[in-house]
Design a protein around this ligand. Structure first.
Ligand SMILES: C[S@@+](CC[C@H](N)C(=O)[O-])C[C@H]1O[C@@H](n2cnc3c(N)ncnc32)[C@H](O)[C@@H]1O
Length: 279
């Protein structure tokens, strides 16, 4: 990867997420995450975990599990569907889903380039199942990025789509998030679903979040005033996007793990999960 031209290095978090998913492939349901773990990503991720939260790996396994099950449920309901993964990083969802689905992944150009190069190598070595993925390289914070997204949504608007925004809303500008959801409201086929994660404004001042902002500012050069905070009420502005499900990590742990439960609110990176449906 050549991220030299990048202003910040927030893409490194895509490596961190896979390092975490690889820690418990049974819980995360991602047996391929380990392919993306590099010595540098181990160093960065362990440092992050040691500074921020001892539950980092466990939480990110729960997160992958939640979206894997949401996608499997959607597949069962519709058979063939279009899966659009916005800011897809190095996720493994296409490999767990049926190859006849349409897979589209969007991310920054250098991330897509690295992903394509590694996928070719993994396929050649029979380390992953073969999938045809359409890649879209773009900066979503740009006008061109939003135009590419609009075109992609329009080209696939004749059937239900599952759109995923996992680990991205907080890094995008506030008006960009609004524009993206306006496109969903206008273009998505009825019964399409949007899965996403947000950081609520209430977690902004917590000690853990302040440590994350410090760490990302120092290590990834991401400005601390550039995050977007989204609360439950934000979704009420769209008439045709209705919340189907809302969850947090404490609920996910209860769903997927036997007692004793280990997470407590003040020790976790407190993200909120939503599944919305287009009506
Ligand atoms: C925390 S990672 C999440 C990756 C993946 N969704 C996952 O859960 O593993 C954040 C991702 O957002 C991408 N990203 C951040 N800002 C972006 C932008 N302006 N345009 C496109 N992608 C962006 C990064 O490159 C990175 O892959």
């Amino acid at each position: 990867m050549n991220p030299k031209a990048m202003k910040h290095k927030i893409f490194e978090t895509a490596f961190l997420v896979n390092w975490a998913r690889a820690s418990d492939p049974v819980l995360s349901r991602d047996p391929w995450a380990n392919l993306w773990v590099t010595p540098e990503s181990i160093r960065f991720s362990e440092n992050f975990r040691d500074k921020i939260s001892p539950h980092e790996e466990f939480q990110l396994c729960l997160r992958n599990r939640f979206f894997t099950e949401a996608l499997e449920y959607f597949e069962k309901k519709w058979g063939h569907f279009v899966f659009l993964n916005i800011a897809s990083g190095f996720t493994s969802y296409p490999f767990i889903l049926n190859p006849t689905n349409t897979f589209i992944e969007m991310d920054q150009p250098h991330v897509i380039e690295y992903r394509q190069q590694k996928l070719t190598q993994f396929e050649k070595n029979n380390q992953i199942p073969k999938r045809k993925i359409h890649f879209i390289s773009t900066d979503l914070n740009s006008k061109e990025g939003l135009e590419k997204l609009e075109r992609t949504l329009k080209q696939n608007s004749s059937q239900p789509m599952f759109v995923l925004l996992e680990g991205i809303t907080y890094y995008l500008k506030e008006d960009v998030n609004l524009k993206i959801f306006n496109l969903f409201e206008k273009i998505l086929h009825p019964k399409s679903q949007v899965g996403l994660i947000t950081w609520a404004s209430a977690v902004k001042e917590t000690p853990i979040m302040q440590k994350i902002l410090d760490c990302f500012e120092k290590d990834l050069l991401f400005p601390r005033d550039q995050y977007t905070w989204i609360d439950d009420g934000w979704f009420s502005q769209w008439e045709h996007l209705k919340p189907l499900k809302r969850a947090d990590y404490l609920e996910l742990e209860k769903n997927y793990c036997p007692k004793p439960w280990r997470l407590t609110r003040n020790e976790i990176v407190d993200e909120t999960f939503y599944l919305l449906e287009k009506i």
